[in-house]
Design a protein around this ligand. Structure first.
Ligand code: RBV
Length: 496
């Protein structure tokens, strides 16, 4: 963006700021007396001193500068995206996703009149994709004030971020945001959220570690989208360091049996194809971790004609692989055989120096786990002579031993960094779970009911509702048990 335009935007932003502050100041009814401090968005009382001395989200007037280079479209305190002129392109993508997310759209329709989230402020940190945009705009349609950031430096769709910003959502996200990842999260906390939505726990962690008193006193609850995040949450809760209730959305059947398996399966292969265009048929495809995500990747790679090798640390998951007809071996062994490697473990250092050194020339290495810790790129660098970019999201490392290894998307989740993440159809169910959990949190809060500061399970009725609605929108019907069948299955005396 030209500097002149940037300056004009900054001027406009300065004017817009008071309005944004006034709007954000609308507080949820303090039914249980939780929201009893000042009403300004920046958390300061009128004289700038916090009444209770608690750690507060940063003041809007003292926003620290971004470190990232390049141009941005920015209205301080409201949004910072790469280029607002991409909004029209993004809007079409969002509409495309809407047309494939019937359950979420049904929920939007069902609740938009009653405004169950009115007066609540929600901060979210989740991949800024077209599907996420449908969720974000549903929250807004139901009355919430929303502020959003990405949850991975390489997963933001800049057109989608621009469309959200243009549509009035507060958003801080851009593709390639390595330097200002936490800056963006902090900007969403400026909203003084009373609900948080995470994918990977970075927002929850920031709120808990930097604003512990705030987390305890002001946040009603939150949700967590992914396996790695739920693992971290459980660790936090186990250590007695979880200060508000958080729903483990990942653990809903309508999330992890579908999103983690079929979503990851398809989008991971999509990412590998976009970054390499290689043929899968006939290749040895090593899947590290045969949990839900790994199962999806293996299933789809097998379907494309690859020979699957599984590496595992859990015997039951390994046996599942064996019974699918895959080979199971250690990574030390698999490293020598694989043509394509994909990590899906949630654990660090799955592929290390010794593995790189024993790989075949031309091996392709990628990750589909939430964090970029699974492939040890630092150790790869130690044995590398030279490096160059072959094409977008595909880097060639020439090792000192002469072999070439190709790393996709910097070892970050290849399905979101090199492709577009999971398809809308499956995110429909995941994000309906997200929405319904926030509706639960809001309803409990408005009814004055305090939920325990724990990792909360999803109500099975929610799963059933989402699955039934999905099935109906797919034009499929199910049988119903007759009374007689019901009494038969509940009869402990029934025998041969
Ligand atoms: N994920 N979101 C998308 N298209 O918005 N794709 C994948 C999307 C989520 C998915 O639910 C998974 O649990 C998480 O990303 C991993 O970070």
């Amino acid at each position: 963006m030209a500097t002149a335009t940037k300056k004009a935007m900054a001027k406009k932003a300065a004017k817009a700021a008071p309005k944004a502050v006034a709007k954000a100041a609308a507080k949820p009814a303090a039914k249980n007396g939780v929201h009893k401090n000042g009403t300004r968005t920046n958390g300061a009382t009128t004289n700038g001193v916090h009444k209770n001395g608690a750690s507060k989200p940063a003041a809007k007037t003292a926003i620290p500068p971004k470190k990232g280079k390049g141009s941005f479209s920015e209205v301080p305190g409201k949004y910072c995206v790469r280029d607002i002129s991409l909004a029209e392109e993004g809007r079409k993508l969002i509409q495309w996703a809407e047309s494939r997310m019937p359950v979420l759209m049904h929920l939007r329709d069902k609740y938009k009149k009653s405004q169950p989230l009115k007066g609540l402020r929600l901060a979210g940190s989740l991949h800024v994709t077209k599907e996420t945009a449908v969720l974000v705009e549903t929250f807004a349609a139901l009355g919430a004030e929303v502020s959003w950031s990405g949850c991975n430096p390489l997963s933001t769709s800049d057109p989608v971020a621009a469309a959200l910003a243009k549509g009035g959502i507060s958003i801080f996200a851009w593709y390639g945001n390595h330097e200002d990842f936490y800056w963006c999260i902090e900007r969403t906390i400026d909203l003084k959220p009373n609900l948080t939505l995470d994918d990977g726990c970075d927002l929850i962690n920031t709120v808990h570690e930097k604003y512990a008193d705030y987390a305890r006193k002001e946040v009603i609850g939150g949700t967590e989208e992914t396996t790695t995040g739920v693992q971290r949450l459980r660790a936090r809760a186990g250590a007695g360091r979880l200060f508000y209730p958080v729903y483990a959305v990942n653990d809903a059947i309508t999330k992890w049996d579908f999103d983690n398996v079929y979503g990851t399966g398809q989008s991971t292969l999509d990412g590998i194809l976009r970054a390499t265009s290689v043929m899968f048929a006939g290749k040895n495809f090593v899947v590290a971790g045969h949990g839900h995500c790994g199962q999806g990747v293996a299933k789809r790679a097998k379907g494309m004609g690859s020979n699957i090798i599984i590496t595992e640390v859990k015997a039951t998951s390994a046996i599942k692989g064996v019974l699918e007809g895959y080979r199971v071996m250690t990574m030390d062994e698999a490293a020598k055989e694989g043509d394509i490697f994909c990590t899906a473990t949630g654990v660090k250092d799955i592929i290390r120096k010794k593995h790189f050194l024993s790989m075949k020339d031309g091996a392709i290495v990628c990750n589909t786990g939430h964090y970029d810790a699974e492939i040890n790129l630092k150790e790869l660098a130690e044995v590398t002579k030279s490096k160059r970019t072959i094409r977008e999201n595909c880097e060639e490392y020439t090792l000192k031993n002469g072999n070439k290894i190709y790393v996709l998307a910097e070892g970050r989740l290849v399905n979101l960094a090199a492709a577009e993440g999971h398809p809308s159809e499956v995110m429909d169910m995941s994000f309906s779970n997200q929405l319904m959990c926030h509706l639960e949190l809001a309803a409990a809060y408005k009814a004055g009911k305090k939920l325990p500061n724990q990792v909360l399970d999803i109500d099975p009725a929610q799963d059933e509702f989402i699955a039934e609605t999905k099935l109906r929108t797919m034009g499929m019907a199910m049988d119903k048990l007759t009374k007689d069948q019901l009494s038969y299955i509940n009869d402990y005396n029934a025998g041969t």
